[in-house]
Design a protein around this ligand. Structure first.
Ligand code: ATP
Length: 236
C-alpha cells in the first residue's frame, strides 16, 4: 500500500534551536493520525514543514511516495493535494458561507463545483446557513466552515491544527463526528490537538512528539498506559 506521507530523517532548526530532530514517520492513506505532545514538542513545526511554510535543514518528506515536499513551494504543495487548516480561524467574514467554500475551490466555477460546494456544506452541517455571512457564525461553525473550505478541494492529505481549541463540548463532539466522516480510503488526516478525549474519539493511531522526536506511536489507549508518555505529557 502506498504511504501518504513519509517523513525521513527530518531536522528543522531555528537558529541553533532544533525544533525537529532527525524525525521519521509514516502516515498511511485511510488513517486519522493524531500528533500529540507537550508545548514546544514540534507538532506545529512538523505541519509547517509538510505544508512548505518552514524549511527543513535536512531529511525529506515524500507525499504519495512520489513528490518530495521539502523541495516545493507552499502553493505547489497545496496544489498537489496536501492541505492544511491553520489554528486560527481565517474565514472571509464579509462573504457568505457558500462564497467562502467556493474560494476553497480556487476559482473553479462549473456545474460540478456547485454540487461539490453543496455536498461539503451538507457534510459539515452548514447547509442551512449557506446564505448567511460568515461573520454571523458561531466560533464552532467558523471552524467547520474553514474545514469545508479546505476539504472542498478534495485533498489527499488533510492537516488540522487544533481544530477543537475553544469549542464547547457539544461542538467538539460534532467535530469528532465530522473528522470521522472525512476519513476515506484515499485520504490521510493528520490532527494536532491537546484535547485527549477528542483525540481518542478520532485517531486510529497517535504519534507522541517530545523535543522534536517520536516518543511513542500506537493507539491512544496504549499511549495513556505508557509511562514515558504519562511522564512527559499526559500526567502533567
Ligand atoms: N519560527 C520560529 N522561530 C523560532 N523558534 C520557533 C519558530 N517556530 C517554532 N519555534 C520553536 O520551536 C519549538 C517547537 O514549536 P512548535 O510550535 O512546533 O511546538 P508545538 O509542539 O506545536 O507546541 P504547542 O503545543 O505549544 O503548539 C518551540 O520551542 C518554538 O518556540
Amino acid at each position: 500500500m502506498t504511504v501518504a506521507v513519509l517523513v525521513e530523517g527530518l531536522t528543522v532548526e531555528f537558529g541553533r534551536f532544533r525544533a525537529i530532530d532527525d524525525l521519521s514517520l509514516a502516515i498511511d492513506y485511510g488513517e486519522v493520525r493524531a500528533v500529540i505532545g507537550p508545548n514546544g514538542a514540534g507538532k506545529t513545526t512538523l505541519l509547517d514543514v509538510v505544508s512548505g511554510v518552514s524549511r527543513a535543514k535536512s531529511g525529506r518528506i515524500l507525499f504519495d511516495e512520489r513528490l518530495e515536499l521539502t523541495r516545493r513551494s507552499e502553493a505547489a504543495i497545496a496544489r498537489s493535494g496536501v492541505r492544511r487548516k491553520f489554528q486560527k480561524p481565517s474565514v472571509f467574514e464579509a462573504l457568505s458561507v457558500r462564497d467562502n467554500v467556493e474560494i476553497g475551490l480556487g476559482g473553479a466555477n462549473d456545474a460540478g463545483s456547485k454540487e461539490k460546494v453543496a455536498a461539503i456544506l451538507e457534510t459539515v452541517g452548514l447547509s442551512d446557513h449557506a446564505d448567511r455571512l460568515a461573520s454571523e457564525l458561531a466560533h464552532g461553525q467558523k471552524q467547520w466552515l474553514e474545514i469545508a473550505m479546505v476539504v472542498v478541494s478534495e485533498p489527499k492529505v488533510l492537516m488540522l491544527d487544533e481544530p477543537v481549541a475553544g469549542l464547547t463540548d457539544e461542538e467538539t463532539e460534532r467535530t469528532a463526528a465530522l473528522v470521522r466522516r472525512l476519513r476515506t480510503p484515499g485520504r490521510a488526516i493528520v490532527v494536532v490537538e491537546h484535547d485527549m478525549d477528542f483525540v481518542e474519539a478520532i485517531a486510529d493511531r497517535v504519534t507522541v512528539l517530545h523535543e522534536g522526536r517520536t516518543l511513542f506511536e500506537g493507539s491512544m489507549a496504549r499511549a495513556r498506559a505508557d509511562a514515558r508518555v504519562v511522564d512527559v505529557y499526559l500526567g502533567r
